[in-house]
Design a protein around this ligand. Structure first.
Ligand code: KG4
Ligand code: ZN
Length: 406
C-alpha cells in the first residue's frame, strides 16, 4: 500500500491539536495549542470557554500542521477526528471542522476514540524507533486527567479491539493531581508542578493509606454527585466522561479498579489539621501574580512541609498505579505493558514502572512526553488501521461525550 498521510484533529478537552502522520508510523508534524492560560484563573477547565477557544484556534492550528508537514489540503489522504470521550461542546468544534474539510475535499473521514489515540501514541513512538516487534497480549494503562483505565489490547489483521479490565471508581489520577495542586495553591494543571516539586520533598514524610475497594462496582457509583462540604474537591473535572470506563468485565478474573478520591481528601484533612490555610492563600496570591511561574518561583513559595506533602502524595498515587497494573499484568499473563496519557509524563511514574516491570521481565513502553499529553498525532496514528480497513465515518456521526473503548 502507498503511504497514507492522515491529518489528525483533536479537540476533546483543553488542547486544540492537529498533526500529520504517515501510515501510522512517522510523525510529520504535530501542533498543539494549549488553553492553559485561559482556564488557569478558574483553577480548571471551563467548558464554555474551551469550546470558544477551540473555535478560535482550529483553523490556524490545522493550517500550521499542514504547513509544517509540507502538505496542502489536497495532498492528504484522509482526515481523522476525535469522536469522544470528552466535552461535547469541545468535541463538536473538531468534528464539525473535520466534516467540512472532508466534504469540501472529498476525502475519507475517520472517527477515533480519544483513549484508543492514547494507546496508539505508544505504537507510533515505538514504530518511529524502528521497534516493530510487539508481543501480545498487551496491557495498556491509560492515565490522564479524565481516565485511569486498564485495557487488554488485541490486533487481528488491521483491526484492534480492547477489553476494559479496570477503571477509576471516582477521580482519575490526573484529576487528583490537579485538585491537590489547586487545594495547595499551586495552580492548574497540577500534575507537572507536583512532579517537579516532589523531587525536593521527602516522600516518606506523610503516610497515605493505600486505596481499598471493598464493595463491587455499582452503576452510577459517584461520591461526586453528593453535595459535600469539601467544595471543589468533589466537583467532577468537566473533561471526565461519565460512562467511558464502564465496559463489561471478564467473568473469571477480578477487576483492577482504582480510587483516588480518598487520598485527595486525606490531603485536605492534613491541610486542616496542620492549619495550612493562611500559607496556602499567600502562595496562591504570590503565584497568581507571576505570568508563567518557573520551578524557582514554586520553590520560593513552598515550605518544607508542603514539599514533603506533595512528594508523599505523588508516591502514594504512583505506588498504587504501579502495584495494580502489575497485579493485572500477572493475572492476565500479559507480554507487554503500555503506560500512556498525561500522567505518563510523570518522572516518578516512569522510573517506578521501568524498575518494577523490568524486575518482572515485562517490557514497558511509554510515549515521549509530547505524545503523552493530548495531541493529534495519536489520533492520526490510531486512524491508520481504520484507513487501511476502509472503516470510514458517515457524515451524520456526532460527538459522544461518554464513548467507551471496545
Ligand atoms: O492526557 P491529558 O493531556 O488530557 C486528558 O485526556 O485528560 O492529561 C492531562 C492530565 C492533567 O490532569 C495533568 O495534571 C496530568 O495529565 N499531567 C501530569 C503530568 N503532566 C500532565 N500528571 C503528573 N505528572 C506530570 N508530569
Ligand atoms: Zn487525553
Amino acid at each position: 500500500m502507498d503511504s497514507a498521510y492522515i491529518l489528525g484533529i483533536e479537540s476533546s478537552c483543553d488542547e486544540t491539536a492537529a498533526a500529520v502522520v504517515r501510515s501510522g508510523e512517522e510523525l510529520i508534524s504535530n501542533v498543539v495549542a494549549s488553553q492553559i492560560a485561559t482556564h488557569q484563573p478558574y483553577g480548571g477547565v471551563v467548558p464554555e470557554l474551551a469550546s470558544r477557544e477551540h473555535l478560535r484556534a482550529i483553523v490556524p492550528v490545522v493550517r500550521q500542521a499542514l504547513e509544517q508537514a509540507g502538505k496542502n489540503y489536497e495532498s492528504i489522504s484522509a482526515i481523522a477526528v476525535t469522536q469522544g470521550p470528552g466535552l461535547a461542546g469541545a468535541l463538536l468544534v473538531g468534528i464539525s471542522y473535520a466534516k467540512a474539510l472532508a466534504f469540501a475535499l472529498e476525502k475519507p473521514l475517520i472517527a477515533v476514540n480519544h483513549l484508543e489515540g492514547h494507546i496508539h501514541a505508544v505504537l507510533l513512538e515505538e514504530r518511529q524507533k524502528g521497534n516493530r516487534e510487539l508481543r501480545f497480549p498487551v496491557l495498556a494503562l491509560v492515565v490522564s486527567g479524565g481516565h485511569t483505565h486498564l485495557y487488554l489490547a488485541e490486533q487481528r489483521g488491521e483491526t484492534w479491539s480492547y477489553e476494559n479490565i479496570g477503571h477509576t471508581r471516582d477521580d482519575a489520577a490526573g484529576e487528583a493531581f490537579d485538585k491537590v495542586a489547586k487545594l495547595l495553591g499551586l495552580g492548574y494543571p497540577g500534575g507537572p508542578v507536583i512532579d517537579r516539586l516532589s523531587a525536593h520533598g521527602d516522600p516518606k514524610a506523610v503516610k497515605f493509606a493505600t486505596p481499598q475497594l471493598k464493595h463491587p462496582d455499582r452503576k452510577n457509583f459517584s461520591k461526586n454527585s453528593k453535595s459535600s462540604k469539601d467544595g471543589i474537591l468533589h466537583q467532577k473535572s468537566p473533561c471526565v466522561a461519565k460512562s467511558s470506563g464502564s465496559a463489561a468485565s471478564t467473568e473469571n478474573h477480578p477487576r483492577f479498579d482504582f480510587s483516588y478520591s480518598g487520598i485527595k481528601t486525606a490531603v485536605l484533612r492534613y491541610v486542616e489539621t496542620n492549619d495550612l490555610a493562611a500559607t496556602i492563600e499567600s502562595r496562591r496570591r504570590a503565584l497568581g501574580q507571576i505570568v508563567k511561574p518557573k520551578l524557582d518561583d514554586y520553590l520560593a513559595n513552598a515550605d518544607k512541609q508542603t514539599l514533603d506533602l506533595v512528594a508523599s502524595f505523588q508516591k502514594a498515587i504512583v505506588g498504587d498505579l504501579v502495584a495494580k497494573t502489575l497485579a493485572a499484568a500477572r493475572e492476565y499473563d500479559v507480554a507487554t505493558l503500555f503506560v500512556t496519557g498525561g500522567v505518563a509524563a510523570n518522572n516518578e511514574l516512569r522510573q517506578t514502572f521501568e524498575r518494577e516491570a523490568t524486575h518482572e521481565g515485562l517490557p514497558v513502553y511509554f510515549p515521549s512526553r509530547p505524545l503523552s499529553t493530548d495531541n493529534a498525532a495519536m489520533i492520526a496514528a490510531a486512524a491508520y488501521p481504520k484507513f487501511a480497513a476502509k472503516d470510514f465515518a458517515e457524515m451524520d456521526f456526532s460527538a459522544e461525550a461518554g464513548l467507551a473503548l471496545k
